[in-house]
Design a protein around this ligand. Structure first.
Ligand code: GCO
Length: 457
């Protein structure tokens, strides 16, 4: 078998999920409310009034789900821990043993099945008790996160070797404080948004030594959602807008983590637009950047699509016409652009010298459901995965240091503000009966990973 047509030996093949999206059982075992429990119950926030109260009921059906992972043949599984299962309000001194035990059983059963657990500590569902006192906008939360990381890694660190501190800080900071689609649902609060990003990054850096101490020989990283951005036309308006987009989306996180600096042009742009003042940046204290840029063992990358940026400040008629050919879209309306994963990985390698990358999420939403024979023919999902994996393979051949890939997602789940209307799973979930039915893409992925990505032709 030609070696170069496969993925590297020891490549991690997995799927990913997150606690609020699949677990349900919001009060079981002494769990406190998370910001998502609160937000999803506010009228008008979630499509169709859906909530994660039951979701996939993974809290009770987790053994079946591990069985499905086993049958799929993955050697890794990325899941997140619900912080308020461990610290119901965030402020307790001691962790909730019942919460720790739940994840401990999950970890043991994964390991019995030769599946390596990748744990995300914060996939957004922080204790509401912490949100009530300012959440990520307040520096105090950094210590709460470090305490939480300490206890989880102390309890699971003898068996878990792969740790992700945060998932997609941009979503928390931007969607929570600028667009308002995610908790706490605020709009255009730039100084809070930046403080949130900073405290997330700072807590990441501060948690690293705690986790490392509790979990010897572990790999610790952070997951960012990144993409390649291009201007919709060659107009200077679109080019400037694209530079700002790349700044606030990609560089605001990559530069402090890898270059020990914030991208000044992002702050300057916001000042010029009077969206922040100099004193709004006082949350950055001396020494913080050194902590944020603490060396990590890997970068987790979530890639879904590219961004084609059109300036919104001038009228369409005064701008140059768009000159980018757009690809087809998924049912979510996201453009399918497989070369973006290649471009992104090459940028991370060349510009940021990242040495170890896991694709911690990649996938697509399509609504295909069971046909009259109960089979789910989700051909478009298979095409999406194959085209992205082919580009990923090309990036690896060109030297991108990628060592694993996690399909988003194992099963259909609560897709945040979209509720259950967007289905990303390899497995269909009937949200009435909770029945799980593997889709055609599940069987395709199983075959693909068992051949370690060997091309069929
Ligand atoms: C995110 C999260 C996932 C999503 C997925 C599809 O990127 O928003 O990490 O929880 O469900 O990305 O939107």
């Amino acid at each position: 078998m030609p070696e170069n047509k496969m993925f590297p030996r020891d490549f991690k093949w997995g799927t990913a999920t997150s606690s609020y999206q699949i677990e349900g059982a919001p009060t079981a075992g002494g769990k406190g409310p998370s910001v998502w429990d609160t937000f999803s119950h506010i009228e008008g926030k979630i499509n169709n009034g859906d909530t994660g109260d039951t979701a996939c009921d993974h809290y009770h059906l987790w053994r079946d789900d591990i069985g499905l992972l086993k049958k799929l043949g993955v050697n890794a599984y990325r899941f997140s821990i619900s912080w308020p299962r461990i610290f119901p309000t965030g402020k307790e001194n001691e962790p909730n043993q019942i919460g720790l035990d739940f994840y401990s059983r999950l970890v043991d059963t994964l390991l019995e099945n030769q599946i390596t657990p990748f744990i995300t500590l914060n996939h957004w569902d922080i204790p509401q008790g912490l949100e009530d006192i300012g959440g990520w906008t307040e520096r105090d939360i950094v210590h709460d996160f470090v305490k939480y990381s300490y206890h989880v890694s102390k309890h699971l660190g003898d068996r878990v070797r792969n740790w992700i501190t945060h998932n997609e800080p941009w979503c928390i900071s931007y969607l929570g404080y600028i667009e308002g689609h995610k908790p706490p649902g605020l709009i255009n609060k730039w100084s809070k948004s930046l403080a949130t990003a900073h405290h997330l990054l700072l807590s990441h850096g501060m948690a690293i030594p705690e986790i490392r101490n509790n979990s010897k020989q572990s790999e610790i990283g952070i997951t960012l959602n990144l993409n390649t951005a291009i201007p919709a036309s060659g107009s200077t308006y679109d080019e400037d807008a694209c530079r700002f987009f790349d700044g606030q989306f990609n560089r605001l996180y990559l530069n402090p983590l890898y270059n020990n600096e914030y991208p000044d042009d992002v702050f300057e742009y916001l000042k010029t637009k009077s969206l922040i003042s100099e004193s709004d940046l006082n949350f950055i204290k001396q020494g913080d950047l050194n902590i944020i840029s603490t060396k990590t063992d890997f970068l987790g990358v979530n890639y879904y699509s590219r961004a084609v940026i059109r300036n919104e400040e001038i009228d369409e008629k005064n701008n140059l016409p768009r000159n980018v050919d757009m690809g087809p879209k998924t049912d979510f309306g996201w453009e399918i652009y497989p070369p973006g994963i290649y471009d992104l990985l090459m940028r991370l390698k060349n510009e940021y010298k990242v040495q170890n990358i896991y694709i911690t999420e990649n996938g697509c939403s399509y609504g295909d459901g069971p046909n009259s024979e109960g089979k789910i023919n989700d051909k478009r999902r298979i095409e999406y995965y194959l085209s992205h994996l082919t580009e990923l393979k090309r990036a690896i051949e060109d030297g991108a240091p990628c060592n694993g890939y996690f399909a988003w997602s194992l099963m259909d789940n609560f897709e945040w503000a979209q509720g259950f209307s967007q289905r990303f799973g390899l497995i269909w979930v009937d949200f009435e009966t909770l029945e799980r039915i593997p889709k055609d893409s599940y069987y395709w992925y199983k075959k693909y990973i068992s051949a370690n990505g060997l091309d069929e032709d």
